[in-house]
Design a protein around this ligand. Structure first.
Ligand SMILES: N[C@@H](CCC[C@H](N)C(=O)O)C(=O)O
Length: 311
């Protein structure tokens, strides 16, 4: 077999599905027992937008018991085995979880009616996902400051430089299971002028890298304001993702951006947020979890696009 014929390795002849959540796109494969050898090179080749299928991320539907042997009661639980477009592994992907559940439903691997919930294994712990009228809502668990003390005292713990910004801006590092650095550009900030084709420079540089979100505050759209709901905040966001580049949306990024904006807003800041991203709109809500910690709930759409068999 020539090198050209062998370029898809274990994925040769395998049916893959393409789907997305607010334009953050993924390739899915079902491999419950993790028999496929998903090397970083193979994943990067599949995600290549010119020579592969093209996607921001690659998700294997595995069983939790295959990824984490010995987890009690996990035999029947599906695990989102997520990789970035460059082949690197990330702990968590918010848009990915919604799209993953839609994939499981489409493939008839699970049944899920509106109002029902399913538990999904991820490297950032088990997430409960509910089917809503328009998509899925995920309990993402608690958010946290990566550098607790500095963040709480100063409201920032890093600076970010990017093309289109004249000076480095203060930023806040937040974990959603994966790392984020959120930069507030203010209500009159210019998102469109940012050059995110190159990675923003974060100082100090996080050892494991970070996803960087740029945020401006937004007026709530008229239709929502007219309902008299004054308790909803709104932000617009662009993101440069670790291991990917600029994407049309990032679910964990939307959660981190809403958490940072709410923290900067002080005690009166709302618990409900709309996050407008280039690929659509996400809803982020802060609620008290069953463990008495503040949890983040991420809601938004997800859809499958089609199937490809690699030749
Ligand atoms: N797009 C995702 C986040 C994917 C992982 C990220 N690039 C990382 O390396 O942490 C989302 O929707 O959350």
């Amino acid at each position: 077999m020539t090198e050209q014929q062998n370029r898809w390795g274990d994925l040769t002849g395998v049916s893959l599905t393409k789907g997305h959540g607010t334009g953050n796109d993924f390739v899915f494969v079902t491999d419950p027992d993790t028999q496929l050898d998903l090397t970083p090179e193979l994943v990067a080749a599949v995600c290549d937008r010119h020579f592969g299928i093209g996607a921001d991320g690659f998700i294997r539907a595995a069983k939790t018991s295959a990824i984490n042997p010995g987890v009690e009661g996990a035999d029947d639980q599906w695990f989102m085995d997520y990789r970035n477009a460059d082949g690197s592994i990330s702990e968590m992907c918010g848009n990915g979880v919604r799209a993953f559940v839609e994939y499981l439903v489409t493939e008839k691997l699970i049944d899920l009616a509106e109002g029902e919930r399913v538990q999904i294994g991820t490297r950032a712990g088990i997430k409960t996902v509910g089917k809503t009228e328009t998509g899925y809502a995920i309990d993402m668990g608690p958010w946290g400051f990566i550098d607790g003390d500095a963040a709480r005292e100063n409201g920032s713990d890093a600076t970010v430089s990017a093309r289109g910004l004249h000076t480095p801006r203060p930023a806040l590092s937040i974990t959603m299971g994966n790392p984020h650095t959120v930069v507030m550009l203010g209500s009159d900030g210019k998102l469109d002028g940012l050059g995110l084709e190159t990675a923003p420079k974060v100082t100090p540089t996080p050892p494991e890298g970070t996803n960087v979100e740029f945020v401006v505050t937004e007026e709530i759209e008229d239709t929502i304001a007219e309902t008299g709901e004054t308790t909803i905040g709104a932000i617009r966001m662009r993101v440069h993702e670790r291991g990917v580049g600029e994407t049309l949306s990032c679910g964990t990024g939307a959660c981190a951006a809403a958490a940072a904006t709410r923290f900067w807003g002080g005690e009166d800041a709302p618990d409900e947020w709309l996050v407008y991203v280039p690929g659509g709109t996400l809803a982020v809500t802060f609620v008290l979890g069953p463990d008495e910690l503040e949890h983040v709930v991420l809601a938004g759409p997800a859809e499958m696009v089609g199937k490809v068999v690699l030749v």
